[in-house]
Each structure stands twice: as structure tokens, then as C-alpha cells.
Ligand binder design. Structure first.
Ligand code: SAH
Ligand code: SF4
Ligand code: F3S
Length: 438
């Protein structure tokens, strides 16, 4: 029997889909990339913006058409939209067999069997109490070949930023015991993983007893064979001095951080409930560069939040240039049901949001180009994770998270190089990556 999983949304969902495949494999389902070949098809959905929710619903709609030709195929709607919409998805998408929220994936095989027994469709949502056993540990199959892995450190978020649906769809904050995280990292390293990305919606507010997030990073730094640690996403409010200094001190902690700023206007930040100022954010960025020269800082931002004026928006453009972000993920504000800002008028019209998005892209592209060009002629350590753009090239990421495509000098075979750390001299900066030679 085969299982197909289609994933939308953030790294938490990518991570969850990995756990879903493992659980289904243990129940006798081999993963497949072809929905036409699947006995069980699972949509792991994202609800962060209305467009994301729609994409997942359309994907489930396409699977329903496929199901007409494949008798016995089961469709499971999982993830954040499942949590948000619950059983009403059965009315919206007649023919789907189960709806399951992010805290219940351990129950998937049972749910699928129940659906197979011809009962009525089943919905399983709501949140667990976060006991140590409620974190799904990774159980990679024999075919694990990745050099990088996600490790979850917390579930949920209680920050309640005004625009954000995550607290509703991922529930209250629950932190995984530190020892379990270190054990999972050890196991993954034993299986050939060299780089770990710690995951949580507000990862730097992590605590385990009296141990902080920085303590966790230090504990992981001691795992022998682990070369690199990253994490995503930190909240500026929890960027304390110890964590900032860790970037200069902890050898495995990479010289890159993704830290969402959301806006360059204090008025907008205040209405978003972000609990920091633009000045504080700039101070954090400067301190990170003091602690760790060469660190690259990337961010998320929202354009067209209710009441965002042209002046507010221009402040955001100025902040991009001031901080010199190496990457900016920018989004048009999308009102989400049940969030604090959903009661505010969505008063920046769509065409104006599009204009602001384009302006962000323009400023960002120029800043990014300058950053990439500064690497030409320099050497970067690349963790190889696959083939490059051009046949014969290998590809991977530098510690600063830049993608580097390069030719091996002696043309060694790709199979042997995956997961290897290679010193690469950068020869050229392209729009989305660097090129070089080993
Ligand atoms: N937990 C992370 C990211 C959450 S979602 C954090 O706190 O930073 C990823 C990004 O989606 C956010 O950083 C934000 O920029 C964007 N986003 C969240 N809600 C949104 C909404 N309602 N409309 C548009 N963008 C949104
Ligand atoms: Fe959403 Fe804010 Fe929590 Fe991030 S910190 S997940 S933006 S509520
Ligand atoms: Fe989307 Fe859920 Fe992640 S709403 S951004 S998949 S936590």
C-alpha cells in the first residue's frame, strides 16, 4: 500500500509531513510521489493567509477527482486548515475521509483504518497537554540520505500577534524536554546528518526546567559529529544577550539568522502587538554583527497591515536598507478569522498592497545583490546536499545559508560527496545563488 503526502506552509509542516510518512510506513504504507498511485492521500495544509488555505482546499479537490477513478483510495485533510475548519471541511469537500489536526498524527493509521471500515468520516482536532510523549520523535527509515534535518523543540505559540492565526491552529506553547531533543540529534547524527535546524514558532522562547534556548544550543554543540546548528524562527522580543553572544562563541551555530521584523514602523509594530521597536530591532542586528562578523540576517514582513500609511511603508523600505537583510519574505496582509486584527478594516486596497510588495522586492534585490557580490573571490564551507544547476555541478549551502553551486576539481562522483563539507572558492554571484569551484 502507498501513501502520498502533499505539503503546504512552513518548516513545521515540512517536518510534520516527514513524521507522517514515518508513521504511515510503520503501518505498512510506502511513500509515493504520485497521487495516482496512492491508497491514502494526505494534504498537509497551511492557513497563514487565505490564499494558502485555498491552495490546500484546491489540492484536496483534485484528489477527490482522482478518487473517483481509484476505488478505495482514502483522502485525509491534515494540518492547520484542518484544525481551523474542523468537521466543516466534510461539507466543503464531500468525499474526503478524515480531518486531522497537527497534534494527532500518531493516530493517523487508526483513523485511516476506521475510514476504510466504511464508517462515516472522522474529525480529530484539538490540542494535547504537551507531555513529554506528545512530541513525535523522528524515526527515519533505512533510506535516510539527507545531510540536514529539522528537530522540533516546541509546539504552539501564545504570542498572539494581531494578524496571526498560528495560536489558534497550533495551540498553546509546549516545550519538548531538552534531553529528548539532544537524543534525537544524536540519533540523526549517527545516521549521517551533519546539520540540524531547531524548529518552533517562537523558538527562542524555549525553556526546559531552568534551561534556556541558549543552554539547548550549547548542549547540542557538544554532540560529536554535528557540524552545524540553525534555528527558526526567533522572536525579536526573546533575543537576549546570551543568545546574541552565542553566535560568536558556539562553533556549530551558523552565521545566519532569520528573524522576522514584520514592519519598519513603530506605530504598525505596536498595533501588530509585536512588543519591540524598530530601534530595538536595529540594536539586535548590530549586536549580532558585533558578536559574529559576517552573519547574514534575513526576515519576514507584512505589507498593508490595517492603517499602514505610505509613510509607515517607506520606513519599512528604509529599514531593509539599514539592516541590509540578505533575504526578505514579504507578504500582503490577509485578514484571518478570529485574530485580533480581523476586526480592523482591511483598508489598504489590494493594488496598493501589490505596489508595496513590488517596492520591497526592488529594494531587497539590490541589497541582496550587493551581499552576494561581496563573496566573490572568498572561500566558503559548503555542506553538499545534491546536484547543482548545471550537470556535473554539486550544490549545497554555506554556513551563512547562501546556496552555492560548484564544480569539483577532480570531478568526483556525486554519491560520495553528499553530506561532505567542501571548501569552495566563489567565482560568481548569480541572482539566487553563488557559483564557485572546490
Ligand atoms: N512564527 C514565526 C512565523 C509565523 S508565519 C514568527 O513569529 O515570526 C510566517 C510569516 O507569515 C510571518 O512572519 C508573517 O510575516 C506572515 N504572516 C503571518 N500572518 C499573516 C497574515 N495574516 N497576513 C499576511 N502575512 C502573514
Ligand atoms: Fe504568529 Fe506571532 Fe506566534 Fe509568530 S510569534 S507564530 S507571528 S503569533
Ligand atoms: Fe502555515 Fe500552520 Fe505553518 S498556518 S505557516 S503551516 S504553522
Amino acid at each position: 500500500m502507498k501513501v502520498f503526502v502533499q505539503t503546504f506552509g512552513c518548516q513545521m509542516n515540512v517536518h510534520d509531513s516527514g513524521r507522517i510518512r514515518e508513521i504511515m510506513r510503520q503501518a505498512g504504507y510506502e511513500p509515493t510521489d504520485d497521487p495516482g498511485d496512492a491508497d491514502v492521500a494526505i494534504v498537509n495544509s497551511c492557513s497563514i493567509r487565505e490564499k494558502a488555505r485555498h491552495k490546500a482546499i484546491s489540492a484536496a479537490g483534485r484528489l477527490r477527482q482522482l478518487k473517483r477513478r481509484r476505488t478505495g483510495m482514502k483522502i485525509v485533510f491534515a494540518g492547520c486548515v484542518a484544525e481551523q475548519d474542523g468537521a466543516s471541511l466534510f461539507d466543503l469537500l464531500p468525499g474526503i475521509d478524515a480531518v486531522i489536526g497537527p497534534d494527532h498524527y500518531a493516530a493517523l493509521p487508526g483513523l485511516v483504518a476506521q475510514a476504510g471500515a466504511g464508517g462515516s468520516p472522522v474529525a480529530t482536532i484539538g490540542f494535547d497537554n504537551g507531555g513529554p510523549d506528545n512530541f513525535l520523535a523522528a524515526t527515519p527509515g533505512p533510506d535516510l540520505s539527507d545531510a540536514t534535518a529539522f528537530v522540533t523543540v516546541m509546539k504552539g505559540c501564545e504570542e498572539r500577534c494581531a494578524y496571526c492565526i498560528v495560536p489558534q491552529v497550533r495551540g498553546p506553547e509546549r516545550h519538548r524536554p531538552l534531553a529528548d531533543i539532544v537524543e534525537e540529534a544524536r540519533m540523526l547524527v549517527g545516521r549521517g546528518v551533519r546539520e540540524i535546524t531547531l524548529l518552533g514558532q517562537k523558538v527562542n522562547s524555549y525553556r526546559s526546567g531552568d534551561r534556556s534556548f541558549t543552554d539547548l544550543i550549547e548542549a547540542l554543540d557538544g554532540v560529536s559529529g554535528l557540524s552545524r546548528i540553525r534555528f527558526t524562527s526567533p522572536h525579536p522580543r526573546h533575543m537576549d544577550d546570551r543568545l546574541i553572544r552565542a553566535f560568536g562563541r558556539v562553533g556549530t551555530l551558523c552565521e545566519a539568522i532569520h528573524i522576522p521584523v514584520q514592519s519598519g514602523s513603530n506605530g504598525v509594530l505596536k498595533r501588530m502587538g509585536r512588543a519591540y521597536t524598530v530601534e530595538r530591532f536595529v540594536e539586535i542586528a548590530d549586536a549580532l554583527r558585533d558578536s559574529c562578523p559576517g552573519i547574514l540576517i534575513s526576515t519576514d514582513l507584512i505589507v498593508g497591515f490595517p492603517g499602514e500609511t505610505v509613510t509607515d511603508f517607506e520606513d519599512t523600505l528604509r529599514l531593509i536598507e539599514r539592516v541590509r537583510f540578505s533575504g526578505v519574505f514579504s507578504f500582503k496582509y490577509s485578514p484571518r478569522p478570529g485574530t485580533p486584527s480581523s476586526s480592523l478594516a482591511d483598508d489598504v486596497v489590494s493594488a496598493e498592497k501589490a505596489r508595496r510588495l513590488a517596492a520591497v522586492h526592488e529594494v531587497t534585490t539590490a541589497v541582496e545583490r550587493g551581499i552576494r557580490e561581496s563573496f566573490v573571490g572568498k572561500a566558503l564551507e559548503v555542506l553538499v546536499d545534491g546536484e547543482g544547476r548545471i550537470p556535473g555541478q554539486l550544490s549545497g549551502r554555506a554556513r551563512n545559508n547562501q546556496i552555492v553551486n560548484f564544480a569539483m576539481v577532480n570531478g568526483s562522483a556525486k554519491g560520495e560527496t553528499r553530506g561532505r563539507l567542501v571548501q569552495v572558492e566563489v567565482t560568481q554571484a548569480l541572482p539566487h545563488c553563488l557559483e564557485g569551484r572546490a
